[in-house]
Write a protein that binds this ligand. Structure first.
Ligand code: ADP
Ligand code: ZN
Length: 764
């Protein structure tokens, strides 16, 4: 073994023989792999750096090394050292990246994440660092094919397949990718290659994917009184320096974006960078253009980027050429080296939480990043999360408020429509009550646009047999199938399972089925019948599957080409449409039925946010909310735009039950293909948790409780039986100590999986 020459230096002789001379002399690398076993606290593994790699090896690079019985696996170097304990080590095989992919600060941040979210450091690193950041190659788009028209002639000797290809390409309006070409010509790829070789078809790589966005050259408006006051405060905090968490609560339409822009400009003039997190859906070209117009080069990071584009933006941020990075959740890891400010817009948004390992909350990571860098972080929202609000109340965050809308616009008036007292016509169920239908009619007559929120996609959420009462369920999940009429299919909304719709009960063979409930698709049908000649469109995850398609709908709506836009919660988020005269909520209580302690908070936020889409340019915006529970505090208080009232009400409730923000919560989900195995393992974890607490409680008397195990609210997903255990404690440290012990338990069979979710956002 190399590197094992005993270190018998002069120093050793001066002070007598070393008690135990270190066996190794050389360089060692700690390598973190994308494997969950490190959750068991073994941490990164140490390897010998072979002599020929010594002068290339750096912390933050990826390397390949043997792992367990695997010959080669890629991991990140997270540390280099010379002193190590005396045992056998394996060697690094090769270095993958010439340059480190991550700097020391981001390494520390990801290390904290691994510890806090109880996963391995390697899992965090491989999830958050785009490996394409390493490729210096020019960002290029996809390979496409087009006909070489100069060489076209009728009497070329071609096979029938080649003729077909040529014709498909000639008829195509734009160059085709190989996949598109083969699908249209329904042939294999070899005739394509020979055409390319003969020069009859041109194969080239497109310059770049995506359309570049023109920066919007805009002058800052005169700030409103509220904006001025808030900006003055932010400026003071920016100039003071240091970790300054700020909660900016500004009602919908109070002009928060303008405050962000000015704060960023302030940071840029100091030669520093800024990072802005927004929910994916608000990452519109308009927003980006605004940032670019005012803040110069802005890197845009979202989930639809090609790896090459992502890599390019990543490097522009790392080199400092882009002063600002705007993006969704994962943009929190943008490698800005001179970060002066982080902004999290719509900080209450659930989409900031990642629902697979590492299960991090980007807002919380943002606060931690700001704390490590000792810089300010602004969390903005009209309806702050109760966690952030509580932090502000306790003085951990500085609270800044903008209680009024810009241009003296009033908050829109919200009226509740009590569905219990609305006449119910016979026959087909109806989504629109008389007052709502009337409201839509009035708004359209006044040349306004209408937004309708229905948080349920598909045509009907349930299909049932009128004879035996059987509801059609997914074959793999414990949930009813949703009927989608456009494609005449039943779809599971929890997994990919779908089947063609058959008008026949599979239990009793009755050949009429009933559709229960109304989804967005069915609502569009009702509207089309009721408002003939109007342009009605739908925006939900079914209609925005293709990258860029929600942009198309948003643009069409903004340009006034759509009269009525129906959508799920997607339409409620941070969009600024000037001409919305009516916002209608079809069924405000849908979310309240969820078995989740955040149901009331989410309902309040959704209603307050969607209401905030009305009347953003003119004074006559109004909101109509249909509900069966008009006395529910979430609904009443949202209708009065009363965040303070809601926070007070809900916090009292949470305090009573020991829920966040008063106590910390974590959740373990055990899932397995065999029900009994899952039950047994969940029971074992539950017992271990209680035992661990008995032991820990000798030194730490903090409140702690374990609930469960119990079947999860959705007891089976993708054929996996699910059991969950919930933990609450007022000591995050105690909670973590106990979870860490549980994290060391390996499931007895490979058919079982244990998921630890710290600060869970959903408990379904
Ligand atoms: P919020 O995010 O607080 O809901 P936005 O930042 O979207 O609000 O701003 C709402 C609208 O008001 C936008 O159209 C914006 O251009 C406009 N606006 C912002 N500040 C001002 C101002 N000081 N004067 C006039 N219009 C403004
Ligand atoms: Zn399913």
């Amino acid at each position: 073994m190399s590197g094992s020459v005993p270190n018998m230096g002069v120093q050793g002789n001066l002070f007598g023989p070393d008690p135990k001379p270190p066996k190794h002399d050389g360089l060692f690398a700690d390598v973190a792999f994308d494997r969950s076993f490190e959750r068991t606290l073994t941490g990164p593994l140490t390897y010998i750096v072979p002599n020929d790699l010594r002068d290339q090896v750096r912390v933050g690079q990826r390397v390949s090394a043997p792992l367990g019985r695997t010959k080669e696996e890629v991991g990140f170097i997270v540390g280099l050292r010379t002193e190590i304990e005396d045992r056998e080590y394996r060697k690094i095989i090769r270095i993958i990246d010439a340059e480190p992919l991550i700097d020391d600060h981001l390494l520390r941040l990801t290390e904290w994440m691994a510890e806090y979210y109880l996963c391995s450091w390697g899992q965090v690193l491989s999830s958050v660092i785009p490996t394409c950041a390493a490729n210096e190659s020019n960002p290029r788009g996809k390979w496409v094919y087009e006909p070489n028209v100069d060489l076209y002639s009728e009497n070329q000797k071609l096979t029938s397949a080649q003729i077909k290809i040529r014709e498909v390409l000639r008829q195509a309006t734009e160059p085709l990718t190989l996949k598109e070409l083969l699908a249209r010509a329904s042939i294999g790829s070899s005739p394509v290659d020979s055409l390319v070789k003969r020069g009859l078809v041109i194969k080239r790589q497109e310059a770049k994917t995506g359309t570049p966005i023109e920066p919007l050259d805009s002058q800052p408006p005169l700030l409103t009184e509220d904006q001025q006051a808030v900006f003055a405060q932010i400026r003071i905090l920016l100039n003071q320096g240091g970790f300054k968490p700020i909660l900016l609560r500004g009602v919908t339409g109070s002009g928060k974006t303008e405050v962000y822009l000015q704060a960023i400009q302030e940071v840029l003039t100091k030669g520093l960078q800024a990072l802005v997190l927004v929910p994916e859906i608000s990452l519109t070209p308009q927003t980006v253009a605004r940032f670019q117009g005012r803040c110069g080069e802005t890197a845009v990071l979202h989930s639809n980027l090609s790896p090459a584009e992502r890599g390019r933006y990543w490097r522009r941020v790392a080199s400092g050429e882009a002063g600002v990075a705007v993006g969704a959740r994962s943009a929190i890891f943008a490698p800005a080296r001179k970060l002066g400010l982080i902004i999290v817009d719509e900080e209450h948004e659930g989409s900031f939480k990642q629902e697979n390992t590492p299960r991090y909350h980007a807002r919380d990571v943002a606060v931690m990043r700001a704390r490590m860098l000792k810089i300010p972080v602004i969390l903005g929202s009209a309806t702050p999360s109760l966690e952030s609000w509580h932090n502000a109340q306790k003085g951990h965050y500085q609270l800044l408020e903008m209680p009024r809308r810009v241009l003296n616009l009033p908050m829109p008036k919200v009226d509740l429509i009590d569905l219990r007292y609305q006449p119910r016509p016979k026959g087909e169920p109806r989504a629109l009550s008389e007052p709502l239908a009337h409201g839509i009619h009035e708004a359209l007559k006044a040349k306004g646009q209408v937004l309708l929120l229905l948080n349920r996609r598909g045509w009907a959420p349930q299909v049932l047999c009128p004879k035996c009462g059987t509801v059609v369920h997914c074959n793999f999940c414990d949930v009813p199938m949703t009927y989608h009429r456009g494609e005449n299919k039943l779809r599971c909304h929890h997994c990919a399972f779908n089947q063609n719709y058959e008008i026949k009960c599979n239990k009793c063979a009755t050949d009429t089925m009933l559709f229960r409930g109304i989804g967005t698709e069915r609502l569009v049908e009702e509207l089309t019948a009721k408002f003939p000649g109007r342009v009605i469109r739908r925006m939900d995850s079914d209609t925005v599957r293709k990258p860029g398609s929600h942009q198309l709908i948003q643009d069409a709506f903004r340009q006034g080409l759509i009269d009525i836009l129906v959508g799920t919660q997607m339409i409620a988020k941070g969009l600024d449409f000037p001409n919305v005269q009516l916002v209608g909520v079809i069924h405000a209580d849908i979310g309240l039925q969820q078995p989740d302690f955040r149901a009331a908070e989410r309902t309040f936020q959704l209603l307050a946010q969607v209401a905030g889409r009305a009347g953003r340019k003119e004074k006559n915006g109004r909101v109509l909310v249909q509900t069966y529970q008009p006395e529910h505090p979430s609904i009443i208080l949202a209708s009065k735009h009363d965040f303070l009232g809601f926070a007070k009400y809900e916090l009292e409730h949470r305090k009573l039950l020991g829920y966040p923000p008063f106590q910390r919560m974590a959740r373990i989900v055990v899932r397995g293909l065999v029900d009994q195995e899952a039950v047994d393992f969940a029971d074992q974890i539950g017992r271990m948790a209680r035992n661990a607490h008995v032991q820990e409680s000798q030194n730490d008397k903090s409140a702690f409780r374990v609930l469960g195990p119990a079947p999860a609210p959705v007891a089976r997903i993708e054929n996996h039986y699910r059991y969950h255990i919930q933990f609450q404690s007022d000591s995050p440290a105690l909670l973590h100590r106990i979870l860490r012990r549980l994290g060391m338990v390996n499931p007895p069979t490979a058919r079982l999986e244990m998921i630890i979710d710290v600060d869970p956002q959903t408990i379904l």
